[in-house]
Design a protein around this ligand. Sequence first.
Ligand SMILES: O=P(O)(O)OC[C@@]1(O)O[C@H](CO)[C@@H](O)[C@@H]1O
Length: 307
Amino acid sequence: MIVTVTLNPAVDHTLAIPDLPEDGEIARTDDARVDPGGKGINVSKYLVELDTETTATGITGDFLGRFVRDSLTEQGIDSDFVDIEGRTRLNTTILTDDAEYKLNHDGPTVDGRAIETLLETIEHHDPGTVVIGGSLPPGLGPGSIDRIARAGNWRTAVDVGGTVLRDLNASYTLCKPNREELAVATDRSIDSLKDCYDAVEQLQAMGYDRVVASLGADGAILATPDDLLHAAALETTVVDTVGAGDSLLAGVLAALERGATDEEALRAGVAVAAQVVSVPGTTVPPLDDVPTRLESVPVSSPEPFSR
Ligand SMILES: O=P(O)(O)OC[C@@]1(O)O[C@H](CO)[C@@H](O)[C@@H]1O
């Protein structure tokens, strides 16, 4: 069973307008939606659609926190959050005809004591894997992620920012950087796939057993202690990319949880992400046809890196 931890959840507000308004103008639209979000929560949403047992936990507060919890319950997603006095944030995505703007709030200040309550919650669910996803709210540092990773006999996977990836010290079974996070975590400029492979190997040397790198139109990489695999992205109509990395991670984890090979897991992740980018916000599209799409994901082992 996979417990996801979102230390800084969000209500995701997604609005579509043809163009951004000029200074002083009002743009009006009836094309808007709100979803419970934050990276760990999204992973749980996709895991449930992939028939994988999961509970979402983390730290919520006030009426937006209530919205997150109630919406997950309505969507049939098990959750068990620690409630604090501060207010869960509202993150906004504006989709215009030719661009995607994402505005993320810092979130409420969280006291380190909330982490101790959170640990009891995680332990209560007895997870095999804990996935910690998203930014740290003000008041918490990377040490709180290490604290969760070290607290139990579970595997810990992280989907966190580049500087946090660099600063973590506990043992991690997997991390999921995007291109920018790869660059920051390894202090490299990333201009080519070869740069990505080098950065991924550097992250493994830093102690992450497996690295799943989400590279947008360039597909994804899965590096394990034995293999380095690259999958090209599937052709799809992209509505927006919010949640793409979370769905890649969920697809990989769900497949590994079922005992799939690394290559099958990478194919599954890429197939799931292709479905998710074709719907707005962090809406969960039907994912039951993923098994039929696996063979269409082109996977290769980059020659100079074959292990
Ligand atoms: O500010 P963070 O925690 O890095 O990212 C939060 C967020 O942008 O990530 C998710 C998509 O991956 C959204 O649901 C959410 O709004």
